[in-house]
Design a protein around this ligand. Sequence first.
Ligand SMILES: [Zn+2]
Length: 114
Amino acid sequence: MSKNDDFVTKQFHCVICNITHEIQLLKKLTEKRSKFPFSHSFLHGELKNILTTLYLDRHLDIRGVDVQQLRDDDLFSKEQVISILSTLMEETERLRKENEKLLKELTKLKKKKN
Ligand SMILES: [Zn+2]
């Protein structure tokens, strides 16, 4: 596995799944923030129905974990929606970079064949 310098890997214990999850956090998350710790929300679980909020300090250390199992009739607050959306955008960015890297490798392999 190659290492990606844009991310740090952290772990948090989830009381709903009763396991320790590993998560990749974009280092840029701490940029342009004036308040620490800040909240970082996303959904996880097999059904993506566990709302997870991590409280991160300026070193991206996890200071607090809040997990909440959602029911079908649960509504998100505006803050939660913004937080979830920004997390999805970061995830998209991560996948885009991974895809870029794989395409480069593929091109290299193709060149070798010819
Ligand atoms: Zn969990």
